[in-house]
Write a protein that binds this ligand. Structure first.
Ligand code: NI
Ligand code: MN
Length: 227
């Protein structure tokens, strides 16, 4: 069985085939964090881009757990400079078969500067093809783009989409994204962390239900769902 747990903001924890996979583990300084960095379990950590609310506690967690960090090439080099031993760099369109499944980096329209001002390469989303056959698209921070349709052609079981607006897609564009991707299920993230990205997720879910065939799943930080 595979479960996905929302840990607040863009942080997710996947459990699949005995592996713990953390995505964008931002806990320290995250007012909606469901756990602390010390509590996080990780065999793998995925980082979508260089911003502090996504790199988050990755370095401390990777050093404590020995997790392999999967991210773009530029961030992988930066992590090695910070003392991370296992950083696996990929780039857009490139997939790699990791022990838990295949990860392909997708486009994301956003920025990626690292917290210390270093070049964080280009931001990405993740297409995760788990060994149990389930496909997850985690869009991370991005605006709407038409090629989400191409990602949808792969047959997405679960899409994880930002709805916060201001820094990413807002609720209306996120509904348009659901129409392009046509996932079976969709989880909204990257909202209500701060007032600038306050959104009504239940209202968004009602619109998704009315206008698409996807099943919206609104989680509270800390809640999980089986996929
Ligand atoms: Ni960002
Ligand atoms: Mn962000």
């Amino acid at each position: 069985m595979t479960t996905i747990r929302w840990l607040g903001h863009a942080a997710m924890a996947l459990e699949t085939g005995g592996f713990h996979i953390l995505i964008d583990p931002f806990f320290t300084g995250n007012p909606k964090a469901a756990i602390t960095a010390d509590q996080a379990k990780a065999d793998f950590i995925l980082i979508s881009h260089g911003h502090g609310d996504h790199v988050g506690d990755s370095i401390a967690i990777a050093k404590r757990t020995g997790a392999t960090v999967i991210c773009n090439y530029e961030i992988s080099l930066w992590l090695e400079q910070q003392g991370i031993k296992k950083a696996h760099g990929q780039q857009h369109g490139g997939g790699f078969n990791h022990p838990f499944g295949r990860v392909k980096l997708t486009l994301a329209f956003h920025g990626s500067m690292l917290p210390d001002g270093s070049n964080g390469g280009n931001p990405c989303g993740f297409l995760i093809n788990l060994k149990d056959g389930k496909k997850i698209y985690h869009a991370a921070d991005t605006g709407l783009f038409g090629d989400m349709r191409l990602i949808g052609e792969e047959g997405i079981d679960l899409a994880v989409l930002p709805i916060g607006d201001n820094y990413t897609m807002g609720p209306d564009d996120a509904v348009r994204a659901v129409k392009l991707i046509q996932p079976k299920k969709v989880i909204p993230i990257h909202y209500n962390t701060w007032p600038v990205i306050a959104q009504d997720a239940n209202a968004w879910a009602a619109k998704v239900k009315a206008e698409t065939s996807a099943e919206p799943i609104v989680l509270q930080p800390g809640e999980q769902v089986a996929i």
